[in-house]
Design a protein around this ligand. Structure first.
Ligand SMILES: [Cu+2]
Length: 129
């Protein structure tokens, strides 16, 4: 192979690599997963007390460092047809330094309470279609 032919082959290869790279980038838009909506768990409230998310979104409960009483997250009532109700209730009862994250795939209204302070600590999560 002559030097010129070799150069031509190299240029062709570079063009192919570029084309594949461009096509690859266009074919698979790297969409990062949506960040969870944060709800703080405090003495004696969820902050905020109502959030709205999209179907497939997540809520992350974060216990405040300022808490002096234990709290949990318990689903009191979910939308009709929700099968995995227990998935939405935290097993741990913590004072501080706890986190609890759940993904919502069934649209509707979710009513949460803290089982220790059920009349004070209420949260509504609305999941849109
Ligand atoms: Cu509580």
């Amino acid at each position: 192979m002559s030097r010129r032919a070799l150069l031509r082959a190299g240029a062709l290869l570079a063009a192919c690599v570029t084309a594949v790279a461009l096509f690859g980038a266009a074919a698979s838009p790297a969409k990062p997963p949506a960040k969870p909506t944060i709800v703080s768990v405090n003495d004696f409230y969820f902050g905020p007390s109502a959030v709205t998310i999209k179907k497939g979104g997540s809520v992350k409960w974060v216990w405040s460092d300022l808490n002096t009483y234990p709290h949990d997250v318990h689903l009191k009532k979910g939308p009709n047809g929700l099968k995995n109700k227990g998935y939405y209730s935290s097993k741990t009862t913590a004072v501080t330094e706890a986190q609890f994250q759940r993904t919502f795939t069934t649209p509707g209204t979710y009513k949460f309470i803290c089982t220790i302070h059920p009349t004070e600590m209420k949260l509504t999560v609305t999941v849109k279609k």
